[in-house]
Design a protein around this ligand. Structure first.
Ligand code: KG4
Ligand code: ZN
Length: 363
């Protein structure tokens, strides 16, 4: 790849319940620009089941992806010959959906002779802040979505060190399950946040999981069980009870998150020096109470909090295109044999080079 030329990448996302396609430009100085970004959420298809049904998700991706890709290219004003690469999220995620997106990207790559980049969905979340602002490595990432809750040192492209993770439920999953117990509509996270407004966060003394532990791991299933037990004691349940339960649950999540992230930032500093930034990503980062709490954590650790705009926190195609562009800029591409992966650890092959050369990479 000529390092003096702009890179144009089409990105495809189909790992869960959003079908998305986008075109992103990466200029030689490392800055990013979104030329088109189209997301079609499957919320309606899954709502009556109270959660994502994998088979329905895969079929819905098949139904709309071709049209979405075409629209993304049209909005970007490009024909396929202009693309430097085509990227697809190759996992981790629901395997049926991953196959749909990756196969589509392979077909485009083959027909137009375009390089293919098989992107790790978590890596895409991790690199998103570099699309919207000039952020150099290393930085500390808090990733909290429906399937993942991790604190990760982002040391360079392809160089990730997991500092903490959940030992049971993901944070978004816990929000979704609490919402389901309270008969709130799917997806539950935003509903719990809405109901918590005006609720009494001190009415129920829920446990603060992992508080004070030396590692930076999370645990959410005990808290979820405590909420369930409280619900079973509250019959009939009044609207005020629902609000107070949501507020008390969210307060427990917040206190635990603040504690876990403080430890995570300490572990980061021991290994990499003070973090340049604390970055939050994933659907849960759309929660305003969590955003406020992260601001406090960052201030106490004397670092800057960066949270991409909500539309780039939840799943989208621009983040996949951007991760593809970042890899392509380093000459990294994949072959037609790139496998779809249901599981794919972000730090699977991570290693820290001697002298930590990557810390000066980027902008
Ligand atoms: O990153 P994302 O869009 O998809 C993946 O899971 O990869 O995250 C979705 C998750 C869901 O569990 C959803 O309930 C949660 O993020 N979420 C929220 C909020 N908005 C989305 N959780 C709490 N508060 C919110 N405002
Ligand atoms: Zn995601």
């Amino acid at each position: 790849m000529d390092s003096n030329k702009s890179i144009l990448v089409l990105g495809i996302e189909t790992t869960c319940d959003e079908t998305a396609a986008a075109v992103v430009e990466r200029t030689p100085d490392g800055a990013g620009r979104i030329l088109s970004d189209i997301v079609r959420s499957q919320t309606e298809e899954h709502a009556r089941f109270g959660g994502v049904v994998p088979e329905i998700a895969a079929r819905a991706h098949v139904d709309v992806l071709d049209h979405l890709v075409e629209t993304a290219m049209k909005e970007a004003g490009l024909d396929y010959a202009r693309l430097s690469g085509v990227a697809a999220a190759a996992g981790p995620g629901l395997i049926g959906g991953v196959i749909v997106g990756l196969t589509t990207a392979k077909a485009i790559a083959m027909v137009h002779g375009t390089p293919l980049i098989a992107v790790n969905h978590l890596e895409a979340h991790a690199l998103t802040p570099r699309l919207t602002c000039a952020l150099a490595f290393p930085y500390c990432l808090f990733l909290a979505s429906g399937g993942h809750t991790q604190i990760v040192a982002v040391a360079g492209i392809g160089n990730y060190v997991r500092l903490g993770t959940t030992v049971d439920d993901a944070m978004g999953e816990a929000f979704d399950k609490v919402a389901k117990m309270l008969a709130l509509p799917y997806p539950g996270g935003p509903q719990v946040e809405r109901m918590a407004v005006g609720g009494d966060p001190n009415r129920f003394a829920f446990p603060r999981p992992m508080l004070g532990r030396g590692d930076a791991n999370f645990s959410l299933s005990g808290l979820k069980t405590a909420v369930r037990n409280e619900i079973s004691r509250l019959t009939p349940m009044e609207p005020k009870d629902v609000s107070d339960l949501c507020a008390s649950f969210q307060a427990a999540v917040l206190e635990s998150t603040v504690d876990r992230l403080s430890v995570g930032l300490k572990l980061f500093a021991e290994r990499f020096g003070p973090a340049r930034a604390l970055v939050a990503a994933g659907g849960v980062a759309a929660n305003q109470a969590i955003r406020d709490a992260l601001q406090d954590v960052a201030a106490r650790a004397q670092t800057t909090l960066i949270i991409p705009p909500p539309a780039l926190c939840t799943d989208n195609g621009a983040m996949i295109a951007w991760a593809g562009a970042e890899r392509l800029a380093l000459g990294i591409t994949d072959t037609m044999e790139a496998p779809p992966r249901a599981r794919w650890l972000l730090d699977a092959n991570a290693s820290i080079p001697a002298g930590f050369a990557n810390s000066r990479a980027g902008f």
